[in-house]
Ligand binder design. Structure first.
Ligand code: NAD
Length: 453
């Protein structure tokens, strides 16, 4: 298994993938150790994971460099990601006691009714590469906190980061048997589906997610999926600071080269603001530096070479159907997977760029006449991760957002995740939720105790 730096196309290192035998052995280690890990009190597990959180801070520079070298994101964005993950962990540690401890529901003479949150057992986490720290901690932190043992498969594009995470978890005091890492790509992921885990937690594409859901179904164990999106954003006619909004929403579309599950993927602008918005948006995009991610740039390289063909196809399809390119449109003629940030107008919903997840630095902007037209277009998708409305009126935004079948709704913000709120997708964007109290309890089985005496 070769680990390639997408910014230079150099081979960083070569690693051994796991085999069916080595995975079975790792599972045995987890199965043997899980009861012991679950027996430790919640307070002890909180202390251990809090040490992990400190170690992330201590080693942030090295961790950020490892991440940047294997996924191609700018170094500062790698640091931001690790700090963001640390904030999420802090929230989880501070709220674990409240949401994972026994809950007394009824306490009266002769009868007590109590809910206990038992761990699922040994769970499997198949993860993505775009934010390996953020999507990783959404799963393995609450899973470990609630007493599970975890088989963690980092994406094949974020393997070195996965190994760093394992090293620091163990250094913090997570027992060897409570956390094991599976190394490899699709074949290894597939092999994990054949093993008897007591829960599957997946982050990745709709296509893989749907396959996993079908494959896991006969096991009758929880299977959560955090999948892709085609997240819409609407700029209404009453937005006051159109230029500022254009700059902020361009960041929502292009941060991390657009490789965010909740990146803005399509934009609808009220005709009153359309020209001013588009001009300011394009000016913002043209002001960004793109280059080696270890330099001070806003855009680095794409992580996967294969995505270039997807983006080129979306551009070609849009141009064939009458779209205009205002900036960008293709790759840079040099080593590394660099795609110029691309803005398309005169787009419509017959084009792939407005319907299929781009997962790259490309956006379509469309003019609309009113809220009704914007709403109809925003609803026209198989996905349901997030949706965003910019307007001076909260009621107007909430009215639109309430009619969109998505897991998150944003008023005057976008591309945002909070540890306190459930992170969940609808339709092709997923099943179940991480983060918030729901995400802490997702790794548990509630048991009702009826206690008479
Ligand atoms: P992917 O589906 O290609 O791969 C995800 C993981 O699944 C990897 O670890 C991969 O090795 C593994 N895998 C691939 N085929 C498998 C199979 N047949 N059986 C078992 N495992 C298999 O996705 P990706 O390219 O890593 O991630 C990008 C996608 O993830 C985008 O669609 C993005 O929107 C989505 N995503 C969603 C969220 C969210 O929170 N909703 C967060 C991050 C990324």
């Amino acid at each position: 298994m070769q680990i390639i730096n997408p910014a230079t196309e150099e081979i960083i290192t070569t690693l051994e993938e796991d085999t069916q035998q080595s995975l079975a052995h790792k599972l045995e280690i987890l199965q043997q150790a899980q009861p012991e890990w679950a027996k430790k009190g919640l307070a002890e597990r909180i202390a251990v994971l809090s040490r992990f959180n400190e170690l992330l801070a201590t080693h942030i520079e090295n961790l950020a460099l490892v991440l940047t070298n294997e996924v191609g994101k700018p170094l500062q964005q790698s640091r931001n990601e690790i700090n963001g993950a640390r904030n999420r962990i802090t929230w989880m540690l501070e709220h674990a006691d409240k949401y994972l401890s026994d809950e007394v529901m009824i306490d009266e003479p002769g009868l007590k009714e109590v809910i206990k949150y038992e761990p699922l057992g040994v769970v499997c986490n198949i993860s993505a590469w775009n934010y390996p720290y953020l999507v990783g901690v959404n799963v393995f932190i609450p899973a470990l906190l609630s007493g599970n043992a975890v088989m963690y498969k980092p994406s094949e594009y974020a393997t070195l980061t996965g190994l760093e995470i394992e090293k620091l978890l163990k250094e913090a005091g997570v027992s060897n048997g409570a956390f094991q890492t599976a190394l490899g790509g699709k074949t290894v992921g597939n092999a994990l589906l054949d093993l008897p885990f007591q829960g599957y937690f997946f982050t990745g594409s709709y296509r893989t997610g749907q396959y996993i859901y079908e494959k896991v179904a006969p096991k009758m164990v929880p299977c959560q999926l955090e999948l892709g999106g085609k997240d819409p954003l609407y700029i209404a006619d009453d937005v006051l600071d159109v230029k500022g909004t254009a700059a902020a929403t361009a960041d929502g579309a292009f941060y991390n080269n657009g490789q965010s599950c909740c990146a803005v993927e399509r934009i609808y602008v009220h005709e009153k603001n359309y020209h001013e918005y588009v001009a300011a948006f394009v000016a913002e995009v043209k002001s960004w530096k793109q280059g080696l991610p270890t330099d001070e740039v806003y855009l680095g390289a794409l992580t996967r070479k294969a995505q270039i063909a997807v983006l080129e196809n979306q551009v070609k399809d849009a141009l064939n159907k009458g779209a205009k390119i205002l900036t960008g449109g293709g790759v840079q003629d040099k080593k590394g997977y660099y795609f110029n940030p691309t803005v398309l107008t005169d787009v419509d919903h017959s084009m792939l760029v407005m319907k299929e997840e781009s997962f790259g630095p490309i956006i379509g902007i469309m003019k609309v006449k009113n809220d009704e037209e914007a709403l109809t277009l925003m609803q026209d998708t198989e996905y349901g991760l997030t949706a965003s409305v910019y307007t001076a009126q909260q009621e107007r935004a909430e009215s639109i957002l309430s009619q969109i079948n998505s897991g998150s709704g944003y008023w005057n913000c976008c591309d945002r995740v909070s540890a306190a709120l459930p992170w969940s997708g609808r339709k092709h964007s997923g099943i179940g939720a991480t983060l918030s109290h729901q995400g802490l309890r997702a790794f548990t089985k509630p048991k009702g105790y009826h206690l008479r005496g």
